[in-house]
Design a protein around this ligand. Structure first.
Ligand code: ZN
Length: 434
């Protein structure tokens, strides 16, 4: 399933501190365009229809002349319309879960699996792991990419993978204590669940975890602190998506000021989700990814629908790979209010800044006499004390004005007053269209 790597490859210095250059990226981009022009019926047709000549790309910025690739197109290519190599070179497929309609099938070559393993190994190295670590892998195995990606990287690093997969808390706790797992790979909600179980059963002294690699859902700083405190670990955010290999294309470093992404394999752009125009570094927008070296199903300017920004300047940790900010939400989650786009991640940032505010909120949009209003209902600690309540509400109102630039009505309610859901909580109620 994997090739052992050479000593040089196992050297974190070689993996995490290489010489990076724009020329290297441009060369790989040109190779990619040449390859798809010959081998990918999907892109041949796409470029022909868009009337673009891939040979006309002379510098990295020219990429903006190429058309985007969307999730819908990937679905329409079901089952193997994205494949850009002969069948003999495909060693496996993965598939995105897709809650509605057809799934997206991504074929991988041996080279793709190797690249993915290396990216994942770098993530572990960035989190300070070595071949002495024991990595308990709780994400799912199967058609989707989660568990198997964590596994690949662990094996490539030479660490001990403990492939428990999801669920079965009893077994998880048994492995954690008996095998002395040092690393937990998990979603944030599962890490929280395990930490609560450990606390309840008084197992903390028998748990040897030191690092958590946490991904696949957005989580607040409050939740992160809680998980870190209760499990006694340092956590690292991991990013990835099935269409682009899987987990492991970016990870935050010990400075925790953004996730380093592997720019020798992937080209990231940030665009305005509405106009499609490229945005300058540092600006919030939609992440678009081009896979520079992928063979089985290369993607050019794939719109992830994830909202984030590229953080300008070098990281204090010294790692030269560029950084992506945490994912602030999905383009589909956009709240349009008085010509301003508001994203849930921005609201969560505001909650974070104001003391005495819980993580539970609701946004109510309504229209009275042709005028739009936004009411922000949020659980606050001092809801019973009129004076403190007013103070918190004023602070929130000011934060909305300062950080998003909109005026809103704030209503503080007591903790537990807003509805809870086991699934995704509906936080935005838009009555403007009713
Ligand atoms: Zn860093």
């Amino acid at each position: 399933m994997y090739d052992a790597c050479t000593e040089a490859e196992l050297d974190p210095a070689a993996q995490l501190y290489p010489e990076l250059s724009k020329e290297d990226q441009l060369g790989k981009l040109k190779d990619l365009l040449r390859r798809v022009a010959v081998c990918s019926p999907f892109y041949r047709k796409k470029f022909r229809e868009a009337g673009v000549d891939p040979e006309s790309i002379e510098k990295l910025e020219d990429i903006k002349n190429l058309p985007f690739t969307t999730k819908e197109e990937l679905r329409d290519a079901y089952p193997l319309g994205l494949q850009a190599v002969p069948d003999s070179e495909v060693v496996r497929i993965h598939s995105s879960s897709g809650t509605t309609g057809k799934p997206v099938i991504i074929p991988y070559t041996k080279g793709d699996v190797d690249t993915w393993a290396r990216m994942m190994m770098r993530c572990y190295m960035l989190a300070g792991l070595t071949n002495l670590d024991r990595i308990q892998i709780t994400p799912g195995y199967g058609l989707w990419t989660a568990g198997i990606g964590f596994q690949l990287g662990a094996e490539r690093l030479g660490a001990m993978a403990i492939p428990t997969g999801p669920g079965n808390t009893e077994k998880q706790l048994q492995m954690l204590t008996d095998l002395k797992s040092t690393v937990l790979a998990s979603t944030s909600s599962y890490a929280l669940l395990l930490s609560e179980e450990i606390e309840k059963r008084g197992l903390k002294a028998q748990v040897h975890l030191r690092v958590g690699i946490v991904g696949s859902e957005r989580w607040s700083e409050k939740m992160r602190k809680r998980i870190e405190r209760e499990l006694g670990i340092e956590t690292y955010d991991i990013y990835g998506l099935t269409e682009i290999y899987g987990p492991g294309i970016a990870l935050d470093c010990a400075c925790h000021e953004g996730m380093h992404y592997w720019s020798d394999y992937l080209l990231f752009e940030i665009i305005d989700p509405i106009t499609g125009e490229p945005l300058p570094e540092g600006t919030l927008g939609e992440l678009v990814i081009t896979t520079l070296t992928k063979e089985g199903a290369p993607l050019i300017r794939y719109r992830t629908r994830d909202l984030t920004r590229i953080i300008p300047g070098p990281c204090k940790c010294g790692c030269p790979f560029p950084r992506l900010d945490r994912i602030l939400g999905r383009t589909d989650d956009r709240i349009k209010y008085k010509a301003v786009n508001i994203y849930p991640g921005q609201i969560e940032d505001i909650i974070q800044k104001v003391p005495g505010v819980s993580s539970e909120y609701q946004v109510l949009l309504s229209r009275k006499a042709g005028r739009d209003t936004l009411t922000f209902r949020v659980e606050i600690e001092a809801a019973q004390d009129p004076e403190k309540k007013a103070k918190t509400e004023t602070a929130l109102k000011k934060a909305f004005k300062d950080f998003i630039g909109v005026t809103v009505d704030v209503v503080g309610v007591k903790i537990g007053a807003l509805p809870r859901s086991t699934k995704k909580t509906k936080r935005v109620i838009d009555e403007r269209e009713l």
